[in-house]
Design a protein around this ligand. Structure first.
Ligand code: ADP
Length: 170
C-alpha cells in the first residue's frame, strides 16, 4: 500500500481509476474536468455523466474511462472555498474518502487524484494538500479496501512540492 506524488497530467496515468474534480451537475467544465472529457471522449463521457443525474458536494460517482488508460473515472464534487467556515475541509475529506470507497467497490487497486477544489473552486493549495494526504492515510489505515496505490497528481510545481513535504512527514 503506497501513497505517492507525481507531477503531471492525470489523463495520462496508468492506474485503474482516475478521479475527476467535477461539479454537482456532472456537466463537464474547464480545468481537469475538461481535460478528462477530451481525453476520454467527449460525447461518450458526457452521455455517461448525464445518466448519473448529478452528484452532491462531497460525494463521488463512477463512469467508465472510455478512451483513457484508466478503466474508471470517479467523479468527485469538491467544495467551493468560502473562507473555510462552511464545512469545506470535511466536504473535501469526504471527496477523497468516497472516491476511494467507490473505486474499491469497482475492484480498483490503483487510483490517481487531482488536487480537488484547488483550481476554479479556490481552495488554498496547502490546506487542500493537507486534507488530501491525511484523509487518504486515515482511510487506507482504517479500512481494508484492497487499494495498493494512491497517486496524487500535481499539475503544478507548487502543489507537487507541498505533497512531497507532507509525504516526507509521517
Ligand atoms: P476545481 O473546480 O475542483 O477547483 P479545477 O479543474 O479548476 O477543479 O482544478 C483542480 C486542480 O486540477 C487544479 O490544481 C488544477 O491545476 C489541476 N489540473 C488541471 N488540469 C489538470 C490535469 N490535466 N491533470 C491534473 N491536474 C490538473
Amino acid at each position: 500500500m503506497a501513497i505517492e506524488a507525481v507531477r503531471g497530467d492525470i489523463t495520462k496515468q496508468e492506474v485503474d481509476a482516475i478521479v475527476n474534480a467535477a461539479n454537482q451537475a456532472l456537466a463537464g467544465g474547464g480545468g481537469v474536468d475538461g481535460a478528462i472529457h477530451r481525453a476520454a471522449g467527449m460525447a461518450q463521457l458526457r452521455a455517461a455523466c448525464d445518466a448519473l443525474g448529478g452528484c452532491p458536494t462531497g460525494e463521488a460517482k463512477a463512469t467508465p474511462g472510455f478512451n483513457l488508460r484508466a478503466q474508471w473515472i470517479i467523479h468527485a464534487v469538491g467544495p467551493r472555498w468560502r473562507g473555510g467556515g462552511h464545512g469545506e475541509a470535511e466536504l473535501l475529506a469526504s471527496c477523497y474518502r468516497r472516491s476511494l470507497v467507490v473505486a474499491a467497490e469497482l475492484g480498483a487497486r490503483s487510483i490517481a487524484f487531482p488536487a480537488i477544489s484547488t483550481g476554479v473552486y479556490g481552495y488554498p493549495a496547502a490546506d487542500a494538500a493537507a486534507v488530501a494526504i491525511s484523509t487518504v492515510r486515515s482511510v487506507l489505515a482504517s479500512t481494508p479496501l484492497g487499494i495498493e496505490l494512491v497517486r496524487l497528481v500535481a499539475f503544478g510545481d507548487a502543489t507537487y512540492q507541498l505533497y512531497l513535504e507532507l509525504l516526507a512527514d509521517p
